[in-house]
Design a protein around this ligand. Structure first.
Ligand SMILES: Nc1ncnc2c1ncn2[C@@H]1O[C@H](COP(=O)(O)OP(=O)(O)OP(=O)(O)O)[C@@H](O)[C@H]1O
Ligand SMILES: [Mg+2]
Length: 325
């Protein structure tokens, strides 16, 4: 890991292929940081039904919503961020709203590439600088961002460097510079990658690690090998299982005892074994790369992770980070 403990950074981005567990793991990282005494802001980019499910509550767009002790959730919407930004520049919010609701400007914004990403990152920069009321310097010690899925997530992180070459003067230029400095400051910011142990997510994770982040100049945090399925049997258990399976008499007795479920029990066991073997091969690929340490997150049964599951994963993360240190 680059320079210092992961949870001592100021901003963590969680990225990875769609469905790889970004929201679950971003929530778990946020809880893990909170459990270490940090005041945390968990930022979802765009609406996230899973975040609402995890915290069993609505998280209205653009409202800092306390969801747990020392843990605030925030759903970031680029239009709202732009409105806030223009309002701050003009110092009048209603004027900002009037300008932005102008039809011509609306059309222009639909077509203009990159502004959504830029204002979104600008708002994240703003959140990490927010002063606290009463004594402490900063409102949040750490911002955990549940970033968009890899394809889009990477262009999302690349936008400020592109804009740096386009905008050459004015307030936008210095703000773009601030955002880019935040992204590339490895002491402050790190990108974490989530991957389930299947071909496509692992390929995407490797691509992020090998090609994209290094040229972007950003720091890497950890790779989460998510939903690891452990084998059902050890060596001896496997041999006993095979013997039982080959014993016709035993199978007849079993079929007599469980006429409905006997066969499906064996099928389920074999299916799980197949997944465990596949899981092991992809885990090896992730663990053999040298860019970032890997934290294994076991598959949580029955498969939809609620707050108690997220807290279990947070404990796994903290234990792994302690071993790492
Ligand atoms: N370790 C795990 N064990 C079991 N289920 C998991 C695990 N991690 C995530 N899940 C489940 O997988 C589903 C997808 O997870 P999540 O919403 O976190 O993924 P995502 O990458 O944010 O998806 P999207 O790209 O759609 O935003 C959810 O139902 C979640 O509860
Ligand atoms: Mg998600």
């Amino acid at each position: 890991m680059e320079r210092g403990h992961l949870l001592n950074k100021r901003i963590l981005f969680m990225t990875g292929k769609g469905g790889a567990g970004k929201t679950t793991l971003a929530a778990a990282l946020a809880v893990a940081a909170r459990d270490r005494g940090k005041r945390v802001c968990l930022v979802g980019v765009g609406q996230s039904p899973n975040l609402c499910f995890i915290f069993s509550r609505d998280i209205p767009v653009y409202v800092e919503t306390p969801v747990e002790k020392n843990l605030t959730a925030f759903t970031l919407d680029p239009y709202k961020a732009l409105e806030e930004y223009v309002g701050l520049q003009l110092r009048v919010e209603t004027a900002a709203r009037m300008i932005l609701s102008n039809r011509l400007i609306h059309y222009f914004m639909q077509a203009a590439p990159g502004w959504r990403e830029l204002v979104t990152l600008g708002k994240i920069w703003h959140l990490h600088q927010l002063p606290a009321s009463g004594g402490r310097a900063l409102k949040f010690d750490i911002i955990v961002v549940d970033a968009p899925a890899t394809g889009h997530g990477l262009s999302f992180l690349r936008v400020p460097s592109i804009f740096m070459n386009i905008i050459r003067f004015g307030p936008m230029q210095s703000q773009t510079f601030d955002v880019q400095s935040m992204l590339t400051d490895k002491a402050r910011t790190a990108v974490c990658v989530a991957s389930t142990l299947e071909e496509m997510p692992v390929n995407e994770a490797m691509q992020v690690l090998e090609t994209v982040l290094t040229p972007l100049g950003m720091g890497l945090g950890v790779v989460f090998a998510n939903s690891v399925i452990s084998p059902l049997f050890n060596g001896q258990g496997r041999a006993e299982y095979e013997t039982l399976r080959a014993d016709t008499r035993a199978m007849e007795v079993l079929a007599g005892l469980f006429p409905d479920s006997g066969a499906s029990l064996f099928n389920a066991a074999e299916e799980r074994e197949k997944r465990a073997v596949q899981s092991r091969d992809y885990l090896e690929i992730l663990e053999n790369q040298k860019h970032a340490p890997v934290i294994r997150i076991p598959h949580q049964y029955p498969g939809r992770v609620d707050l108690s599951g997220v807290k279990k994963i947070a404990d796994i993360i903290n234990a792994a980070l302690d071993r790492e240190a």
